[in-house]
Write a protein that binds this ligand. Structure first.
Ligand SMILES: C[S@@+](CC[C@H](N)C(=O)[O-])C[C@H]1O[C@@H](n2cnc3c(N)ncnc32)[C@H](O)[C@@H]1O
Length: 296
């Protein structure tokens, strides 16, 4: 079944990663490495954008029970995994993963139907993304392997320890859609940190130090005019973007691009697409050059 999510920003994100994949396979095609494409939150293979479902269609308006526009084939957004399967030359292996059973089934059906010629290169799994990526890091011989890992979650599912493991491979290029708004919204305007959400932010950033900066105490007055300490949120989404970038940089030996792609809807920045490369070899700087050119 096709997933219902997405927007113009979804297409922008997918096109950015797809451009990188094309440049990557071209640049490394004569290198003696097994090239992997790893999609830890691969989805179902395509999605129907929310606007295609939510917007009334003038052609259908007025008809009984047809106040919503019915999405058609042209509205479908081709997902990251399917885009990756179409790059030429192809990767040696595609490791596609999603935690949801229906997505995994839809993805498998899409590969069998439309990508038979490379189906033997595709492994589809159904794990939590952290577990899938930890296994990947442990099980591959990174002296002989190079990988592009795309992490595209809806929210705060990815643990910082997973990013650290990816960094330690010294062989992974990472595109990570960082959920900066989800981090920000765990703090109310009055400086209350959501108990569970706050712990997810701790896990995503691998530190609780953000708490000391994100909430400040001010002097306020109670109903009777007496001075009372009052807490307040002191940071914005841009601050979480900066902190997340620093943390990814720490996991990747400082090799994170300063340039990011901010993404969201209706003027609200929900995500920041970030790029980091684990390989300290100066030749691997090419990865950053390519990614930077694509993000421009
Ligand atoms: C934004 S969608 C990914 C879209 C996909 N990259 C595409 O282009 O179609 C996020 C996906 O993450 C999956 N997901 C959510 N939590 C997950 C987890 N803990 N581990 C793996 N996948 C997860 C969801 O089922 C969903 O398919």
């Amino acid at each position: 079944m096709t997933q219902a999510f997405g927007d113009k920003h979804t297409v922008q994100k997918l096109e950015t990663v797809q451009k990188y994949l094309k440049a990557y396979v071209t640049a490394l095609k004569f290198q003696p490495f097994q090239l992997l494409y790893v999609d830890a939150c691969a989805g179902s293979g395509s999605s129907i954008p929310k606007w295609a479902i939510d917007q009334p269609d003038t052609a259908q308006a007025g008809l009984e029970g047809m106040d919503k526009r019915v999405a058609d084939a042209d509205d479908l957004i081709v997902g990251s995994a399917i885009r990756a399967l179409s790059v030429d030359p192809p990767f040696h292996k595609y490791l596609l993963n999603d935690v949801k059973k229906s997505n995994v089934e839809a993805l498998r059906a899409a590969v069998e139907k439309n990508h038979t010629h490379i189906a033997d290169r595709v492994e589809i799994s159904r794990f939590d993304a952290n577990e899938m990526l930890m296994r990947l890091c442990r099980e591959r011989d990174w002296r002989k392997t190079r990988a592009v890992v795309f992490i595209d979650p809806f929210g705060l599912q990815i643990d910082y320890s997973t990013l650290e493991m990816l960094g330690r491979t010294k062989a992974v290029d990472l595109w990570y859609l960082v959920p900066v708004f989800a981090m920000y919204r765990q703090i109310s305007g009055e400086g209350q940190i959501h108990p569970d959400g706050g712990l997810r932010v701790d896990a995503a950033l691998g530190t609780s130090a953000w708490r000391d900066v994100a909430v400040i105490q001010e002097e306020g007055q109670d109903l009777f005019g007496a001075i009372q300490p009052k807490s307040k949120r002191a940071v914005d989404v841009a601050w979480f973007e900066k902190v997340a970038k620093e943390r990814i940089g720490a996991a990747f030996g400082g090799r994170v691009l300063d340039e990011v792609l901010p993404l969201g809807r209706d003027g609200l920045q929900e995500f920041s697409l970030m790029f980091a490369w684990a390989n300290p070899d100066p030749k691997a700087q090419l990865a950053a050059t390519l990614a930077k050119a694509i993000l421009k």
